[in-house]
Design a binder for this molecule. Structure first.
Ligand code: SF4
Ligand code: SF4
Length: 267
């Protein structure tokens, strides 16, 4: 997993393409087992939160309040990190001596370890991903001889769905429109936080406000987003494209538009 405090890149960095191999194996027989689950900074993606809050049968609001802290990133938009425990080791709240209690739904950065992305905007645009192997002195798994191909490792760790969801998120955060901006407006920060991380609140916003009276939303989409968090997240990203990036991916209903024009005296 990504550990901001303990990991460093190898001195002579080897960049791996999907077809390249690396050596690694992690298992309970190693003396370092679970040591990596303490005192680390794990930034959570929106899809991490969907998986974790559902695994824990918590609402997004309860999960965020209990297990995360929020920081403001470079663009001025909120980013969410997993809160470590208050014990001496600062243990992850989900670690036990037997391992991770939410293993099936563990965050992206725990899955991809020991790899870390080295892709740039340009390589990503070209559909290429590159990785390096983290250099973590206490991780004995890096000395194991099991040879793995990057692309097989990613598949085994369930990365493709995380990547698919992340690409929707990056469509917003890596958009040219935001590239030279720093958002300071608290309402915009709040709107972004709700749409990306607090999905249960976003659902209430859609269904308990005048949202569906204002925007044209296909009935089958309305049905799906009532219960399906992944569909709701996709819809939330469309709402951000509309509201934050000014793209015409949502349409205001003609009668609402007409009433607004009349109210503003526009012909
Ligand atoms: S091998 Fe590495 S990843 Fe696995 S438990 Fe040990 S330190 Fe953690
Ligand atoms: S979520 Fe699981 S794998 Fe990740 S740090 Fe916590 S216990 Fe370890």
């Amino acid at each position: 997993m990504t550990t901001a405090s303990k990991q460093t890149k190898k001195k002579s960095l080897t960049v791996l393409a999907p077809e390249d191999n690396f050596s690694f194996a992690c298992h309970a027989g190693l003396g370092c087992f679970t040591r990596c689950c303490c005192d680390i900074t794990i930034f959570l993606t929106p899809y991490d939160i969907i998986r974790m809050k559902n695994a824990l049968q918590m609402s997004s609001g309860d999960f965020l309040r209990t297990h995360t802290t929020t920081l403001i990133g470079d663009l001025g938009l909120p980013v969410v990190a997993l809160k470590m425990g208050e014990d001496k080791q600062k243990s992850c709240p989900f670690v036990t001596p037997q391992g991770c209690t939410i293993y099936k739904d563990r965050p992206w950065s725990c899955r991809i370890y020991p790899l870390q992305p080295e892709s740039t905007k340009l390589t990503e645009k070209a559909g290429r991903e590159y990785y390096s192997v983290m250099d973590v002195p206490f991780c004995l798994g890096l000395n194991e001889n099991e040879v793995l191909a990057v692309k097989e490792w990613k598949k085994e760790q369930g990365i493709p769905i995380y990547r698919e969801m992340e690409s929707l998120f990056k469509k917003i955060t890596m958009n040219e429109f935001l590239s030279h901006k720093k958002i300071t407006n608290k309402k915009i920060q709040e709107m972004f936080y709700m749409a990306c991380y607090d999905l249960d609140r976003f659902r209430r916003f859609v269904f308990d406000s005048k949202f569906l009276e204002t925007f044209e939303v296909q009935p089958e989409v309305v049905e799906k987003i009532k219960h399906d968090d992944v569909e709701l997240f996709k819809f939330a990203m469309r709402w951000l494209e509309y509201g934050l990036l000014g793209q015409h991916v949502l349409k205001v209903k003609p009668d609402v538009m007409e009433a607004k024009k009349q109210e503003l005296g526009i012909k």
